[in-house]
Write a protein that binds this ligand. Structure first.
Ligand SMILES: Nc1ncnc2c1ncn2[C@@H]1O[C@H](COP(=O)(O)OP(=O)(O)OP(=O)(O)O)[C@@H](O)[C@H]1O
Length: 913
């Protein structure tokens, strides 16, 4: 494949413009027998096919069947089950494919029955070819190359662009010069190999792939990937006339022929199978006609496949057809058909020629322009695809949002501090209730008359006063302790009232799903009101001190009643009877339990640790054990349920994370037993599996860091947790609080990043849902959030790895994750009618702006979930819906403390032992 000079490139083509020198040759036919699959071996199936030499394959059983000698089939090359794709590529496909760099069109087909290994083979061939093309370009600096790629699929006789998210069918046009042209097909100019790999992943993800009884990942469409290479000698650029070589190589992965009796297809699969078989029949008819010479009419126009591939079938292209066979005896008839097709194909002749364009200035200019564009792209990576644009916009939006949030947060903090301080000072000074107090304008910390008053007998410095307020706030919520004075109690009451009024304001806006922005008092980034608030209020009202609650505050005396009130509001909104138990209660529970409000679930100690409070607490101002005990006593009955202990060595949990065929971050079918289990037929991992996964990941990360001798921030936090766990009787949360004074801000940052990465890495929706419902912003969550962030960053990096490695089916790739996510969405969509009543579905569709007439509205709904990473309202609504589909009640969840406890033995041994 050496063509080092322009002359060499042109020798074969000298007649193109003035008398073409076409190269007539037969189609190269390779036969590949795949090995028996694990499933086939388990069924004791045997392969009676044998490659008796480099070019012949024999079916041994035929002797017994037909009492005649076994038939040997002979082709250009045959490859047995022990041959690798690389061997096949090197032995024939390579030479054909790489003709493209010399200006000769080429095509590599994979043809065979379903599950015989077409996609497996073509993936390898494509990757090896691309690597060789780039290698060739690197070695031929004297020529300038422009590479373009396009990809399409023919699904149910409809042509679709695989590089565009627009699924509008593409039209075929007849161009007098170029033959059949696919109108509006995206053609991307390649920046580099990495860019191509990305595009291949997009194609793979967009292609119609479904599970059938014969193949878990059966391609339901014909895929044509086209790589076009234009090149000319560098030294003639800009000097007028020059020869430009332009050719394309097509990688064609046909859908597999299938027998209905074997594939057991019904419904949509059956329809697809019919289309596939029909177009393959047309293809074999065309091949059969061509094998007999080009006499008479050839029915290229009978299918879109043959129309598009006309140049590769007996036209201006070098062509190789790889016929793949399934070895199992039960597929013998299909294999024979494939071999008959291969025999005909062997007789077809093509007429390839070097495609030289004798360029005029305009053509050279065109090439120069494309080169300049490429150079520009490589200097400043300008987005050339939709996904790049979206990613860029997202990043910008994120930056803007972050700045806006920071400004808002600062203003809020300032106003709140000012208000609290002034109220407190007025209270102290006048002995009146805070609302009678007029707030002063200006800097709240600037010495004023009030400040002077306060300074008498307490503290003269502003910072002391702040600390005083912080500790008073905390103490006021605690049991009465000796030394706590009346003033601090009163301050506390006022601040509590203020907080509750604020939270009630939030509730009134949307009790079902509240947004973070409204939750300014608690300062948590992502907040959905509900349990958190109720828990806070419960604690306040259960305090021995009398807290002056606003009107109707008694409604919030117990969590149960509070939830009921919120439920009633929701029921009213939904039009349900307020008396009957609302089917929405789970959604309500989930949404109201909220994400990331800092107040803890009933299983956790610091109910009072709103992010605002946390921020104000000094490291030495920890809740007393007394308070912890009291709060623990107030746990809800649900939290007392025994949760099965988590098991590190659970193979299922381990296996689940290794399987790339499920979405990143989720598990395979949940095989763990337990009460949170989702029915197996739904194919969805349970919370137990999720917990086991999180725990193991955190542990692995810790082990890795420990072995690297890198004691990072996460390690320190893990150690803190471990140490606390070891010190029996202490709450593991408390010390962590001390190390995380900026936690709410940090939490928000981590969460934003995680949400973005989930989207980028196509993380399972189930995983996302469990995660947001479990990790709501308590300081102890930091460990898991950081581990999740690291893991996702790693996955993202893996996805964008530059070198083109063969997809081994085990390592998650962008494509496999997208595929898995798509499958998960389909599974979830099937649960919609089971989990929601008709009325609820109607309500949801309307809310999510989905037409009630739409045929695929369930799938549309699921596709819309988790799509907007910046809108927390949207995120929590999505989580609530997914949770409902999973029948996951937050109240069923295992306490997160279980995770932390699980670290204890390892960490003590490594860090403290
Ligand atoms: N030569 C091979 N060595 C090992 N495994 C193989 C080989 N060929 C195929 N397989 C495996 O067999 C299974 C089916 O292969 P593949 O999906 O490529 O078949 P296919 O012909 O493209 O099927 P369909 O027409 O249904 O899309 C896959 O799991 C694949 O990894």
């Amino acid at each position: 494949m050496e063509a080092s000079s322009e002359e060499e490139h042109l020798t074969k083509s000298e007649n193109k413009q003035g008398g073409a020198c076409a190269r007539e040759e037969k189609i190269l036919v390779l036969v590949r027998l795949r090995p028996l699959s694990a499933m086939e071996i388990a069924r004791n199936e045997v392969s009676d096919w044998e490659c008796i030499n480099e070019s012949s394959i024999l079916f041994r059983n035929s002797l017994q069947e037909r009492s005649m000698s076994p038939t040997a089939y002979t082709y250009d090359r045959v490859f047995g089950g022990d041959c690798s794709t690389r061997q096949l590529y090197d032995a024939g496909a390579k030479e054909i494919a790489l003709s493209v760099v010399s200006g000769i069109n080429s095509s590599i087909f994979a043809y065979g029955q379903t599950s015989s290994g077409k996609t497996y083979t073509m993936l390898g061939i494509t990757q090896y070819t691309v690597a060789d093309i780039y290698d060739y370009i690197r070695r031929h600096e004297e020529r300038a190359f422009v590479l373009k790629v396009s990809a399409m699929e023919i699904y149910n006789e409809v042509v679709k662009d695989l590089l565009s998210t627009n699924s509008t069918p593409l039209r075929l046009l007849d161009d007098p010069e170029r033959g059949t042209v696919v109108e509006k097909l995206t053609e991307e100019i390649l920046r580099d190999q990495k860019h191509l790999k990305k595009l291949l992943s997009v194609c793979e993800a967009q292609r119609q792939v479904q599970e059938t009884s014969l193949n878990e990942t059966s391609s339901r469409s014909h895929q044509i990937l086209r790589l076009t290479i234009e090149s000319c000698a560098c030294d003639v650029i800009g000097k007028g006339k020059s020869a430009i070589l332009a050719a394309s190589v097509n990688f064609i992965d046909l859908a597999g022929s299938e027998r209905v009796s074997q594939s057991l297809s019904v419904g949509q699969r059956l329809k697809e199978g019919c289309h596939i078989n029909r177009s393959l029949l047309t293809l074999s008819t065309v091949i059969r006609k061509l094998s007999k010479g080009r006499h008479g009419h050839v029915n290229y126009r009978d299918s879109k496949l043959t129309r598009i591939l006309q140049p590769c079938l007996g036209g201006n292209a070098r062509t190789a057809i790889i016929c793949t066979l399934s070895p199992a005896l039960r597929h013998v008839e299909q294999s024979r058909n494939t071999l008959l097709f291969a025999r005909c194909a062997k007789e077809v002749r093509t007429n390839a020629q070097v495609n030289v364009v004798m360029s005029d200035k305009a053509l050279v200019k065109h090439l120069q322009k494309e080169l300049a564009q490429l150079e520009g792209d490589s200097r400043t990576p300008v987005p050339t695809s939709i996904s790049d644009h979206i990613a860029l916009l997202r990043r910008k939006d994120l930056q803007i949002e972050k700045l806006e949030r920071e400004v808002k947060e600062l203003i809020k903090q300032r106003d709140l501090a000012q208000a609290n301080l002034e109220d407190a000072l007025c209270e102290i000074k006048n002995g009146h209730s805070s609302h009678q107090c007029k707030r002063k304008n200006g800097d709240p910390y600037h010495p004023s008359d009030d400040d002077e008053d306060l300074s008498d007998g307490t503290s003269s410095s502003v910072s002391n006063r702040r600390n005083f307020l912080k500790s008073s706030l905390y103490q006021g919520l605690e049991e009465s302790t000796p030394g706590s004075d009346k003033v601090s109690n009163t301050i506390c009451k006022d601040v509590c009232c203020f907080m509750m009024n604020e939270s009630r304001k939030n509730e009134s806006t949307d009790p079902l799903f509240q947004t973070a922005g409204k939750d300014n008092v608690r300062g948590s980034a992502l907040a959905v009101s509900g349990n958190g608030e109720l828990e806070d209020e419960e604690i306040m009202s259960s305090s021995p001190r009398e807290v002056s609650l606003p009107q109707n505050s008694s409604n919030y005396g117990s969590p149960g009643r509070g939830v009921h009130d919120v439920q009633k509001t929701i029921d009213t909104r939904l039009g349900d009877s307020p008396v009957e138990p609302s089917p929405w209660s789970l959604v309500t529970d989930l949404s109201s339990s909220g994400c990331l409000r800092s107040s803890r679930s009933s299983t956790c100690t610091p109910h009072l640790m709103t992010s605002q409070n946390l921020e104000m607490l000094q490291p030495n101002e920890k809740p007393s054990p007394n308070l912890s005990t009291k709060l623990l006593r107030e746990r809800s009955p649900h939290s007392k349920r025994r949760i099965p202990p988590l098991n590190y060595n659970d193979d299922n949990a381990r296996h689940s994370r290794n399987n790339s065929e499920f979405s990143v971050g989720s598990a395979q079918l949940d095989e763990l037993s337990g009460q949170n289990r989702v029915p197996e037929d739904e194919g969805i991992p349970s919370i137990d599996t999720f917990v086991a996964g999180m725990e193991e990941m955190a542990k692995l990360q810790y082990d890795k860091d420990a072995s690297d001798n890198q004691v990072g921030e996460t390690d320190l936090k893990l150690q803190v947790v471990a140490k606390n766990v070891r010190d029996v009787g202490l709450d593991p949360i408390q010390n962590v609080i001390g190390t995380l004074s900026d936690w709410p801000v940090e939490f928000e940052r981590l969460q934003r990043s995680i949400l973005e990465l989930w989207q980028t890495c196509n993380v399972s929706l189930v995983h996302r849902t469990y995660f947001v419902l479990l990790f709501k912003g308590h300081p102890a969550d930091s460990i898991y959030m950081e581990v999740e962030l690291r893991r996702l960053s790693f996955v993202k990096e893996t996805f964008s790895k530059e070198d083109l490695e063969v997809d081994d089916g085990r390592t998650p790739t962008l494509a496999s994750s997208l595929r898995a996510l798509r499958r998960e969405r389909e599974t979830l969509s099937k649960l919609v009618s089971r989990r929601f009543s008709q009325e609820q579905r109607k309500w949801i569709y309307e809310k999510w702006d989905i037409s009630l007439d739409s045929k695929r509205r369930k799938l549309q709904l699921i596709q819309r979930l988790w799509s907007d990473t910046k809108d927390m309202n949207h995120i929590m609504e999505s989580a609530a819906i997914v949770a409902r589909l999973l029948r996951f009640s937050e109240l069923d969840r295992p306490p997160k403390e279980t995770f932390g406890l699980s670290f204890t033995p390892r960490i003590i041994r490594k860090s403290f032992g």
